[in-house]
Design a protein around this ligand. Sequence first.
Ligand SMILES: *[C@@H]1O[C@H](CO)[C@@H](O)[C@H](O)[C@H]1NC(C)=O
Ligand SMILES: *[C@@H]1O[C@H](CO)[C@@H](O)[C@H](O)[C@H]1NC(C)=O
Ligand SMILES: *[C@@H]1O[C@H](CO)[C@@H](O)[C@H](O)[C@H]1NC(C)=O
Ligand SMILES: *[C@@H]1O[C@H](CO)[C@@H](O)[C@H](O)[C@H]1NC(C)=O
Length: 213
Amino acid sequence: MEGPQFSRTRRRFSGAAGLLWPLLAACLWAAVVGYKPVIIVHGLFDSSEDFKTLKRFINESHPGTNVTVIDLFDRGASLEPMWKQVAGFKAAIYPIMQNAADGVHFICYSQGGLVCRGILSTLPDHNVHSFISLSAPQAGQYGDTDYLKYLFPQFVKANLYHLCYTAIGQRVSICNYWNDPHHRDLYVNSSDYLALINSERTNPNSTGQRRLD
Ligand SMILES: *[C@@H]1O[C@H](CO)[C@@H](O)[C@H](O)[C@H]1NC(C)=O
Ligand SMILES: *[C@@H]1O[C@H](CO)[C@@H](O)[C@H](O)[C@H]1NC(C)=O
Ligand SMILES: *[C@@H]1O[C@H](CO)[C@@H](O)[C@H](O)[C@H]1NC(C)=O
Ligand SMILES: *[C@@H]1O[C@H](CO)[C@@H](O)[C@H](O)[C@H]1NC(C)=O
């Protein structure tokens, strides 16, 4: 009686193992190769919910990767001033960096791409290995977008500088990187964010540009 039972157990095990081995191999591969943790920073009016598909895609292509979508400044709160967002995201991201001996990857979408640059330029001991800036307005924004019409219905791109390049305007994230090519001096003098991270005006808080190798 012991014989058949034993062989049945073995058969069951080999059946399960057929499914288990690829999964185990993937996990081991991740452990050995050590996929670096991925940190995702969302854009204007987004929230962490919007990155489920990207998260799934990373998990499918690089199983075992620890992907964190930072759940801060969602939706309307994404209009908060950029330095405030940098401080918030930095506080959430720094512990993840400290837990990642081999470094982390940044995937930063849209406005998030500018948030990540602010983090990189003010965090001297960051360990970002790759910074993927996905559809981010790194040179600033100047254009009549749907967002713009929604936020500032009484303004068009040609006159938004009247609002954006004021102390009040600079309390809105978009104005922090509004780059009106027809008012360069005003932009350089007034932009509290993009002009600083672009070194178009001296940034008192910059830790010096660290190369991303
Ligand atoms: C990653 O994929 C594995 C295998 O398909 C699945 O079991 C796991 O739940 C997924 N993890 C996440 C966070 O999606
Ligand atoms: C993924 O990273 C987060 C942030 O560092 C951490 O809290 C969590 O424990 C990690 N998960 C795994 C499965 O390693
Ligand atoms: C910008 O600042 C400089 C130096 O303070 C000043 O000379 C210049 O007039 C300013 N330009 C504008 C358009 O405000
Ligand atoms: C620089 O840092 C100080 C102190 O943390 C802060 O109050 C100020 O807003 C920062 N300025 C910029 C341009 O980041």
